[in-house]
Design a protein around this ligand. Structure first.
Ligand SMILES: [Zn+2]
Length: 149
């Protein structure tokens, strides 16, 4: 605790700023990878590994769909938020099936009432504060909101 960082902040892990910098395309634009041989898509990006389907090593960048459908909803209103991820509860944790078939676990934001989150609802990606870096700078990452349009 300090005047500069008023929220409870404990460093349990050592994350390097370089890691956050290198992974920013995944967090800002949901950039994953696609196998150049069979077309299988991966998120998070699968680099330095072979494709589990066809054993091809070459991958190309692939931007995942930014909208999808809720397949699972869980209200997190007990216990503690993960350290460094803010101190607000309740939060609505979701699994989204993106329009290209990729599943992502994230958080549903901007709900007046958590019961608005229903399996099957359309959601779209937004960029929100994700967590604090070691040096206190905010890291931004993908969250989802209900797609009303
Ligand atoms: Zn493949």
């Amino acid at each position: 605790m300090s005047d500069q960082f008023p929220e409870f902040y404990v460093r349990l892990d050592t994350f390097s700023s370089a890691v956050w910098y290198r992974t920013k395309m995944g967090r800002y634009r949901l950039m994953g990878t696609r196998c150049t041989k069979c077309g299988e898509r991966f998120f998070p990006p699968r680099t330095g590994l072979i494709c589990p389907n066809c054993h091809e090593r070459a991958m190309e960048p692939y931007e995942c769909a930014h909208s999808g459908e809720l397949v699972s909803v869980a209200l997190d209103d007990i216990g503690f938020p993960a350290h460094g991820y803010g101190d607000y509860l309740p939060r609505v944790m979701i699994v989204v099936k993106l329009d290209d078939g990729i599943h992502i676990m994230s958080e549903l934001m901007d709900l007046a009432d958590p019961s608005e989150a229903q399996v099957g609802a359309r959601v779209k990606m937004v960029l929100r504060k994700h967590r604090r870096e070691d040096n206190g700078a905010w890291v931004y990452g993908p969250r989802f909101v209900l797609d009303q349009g």
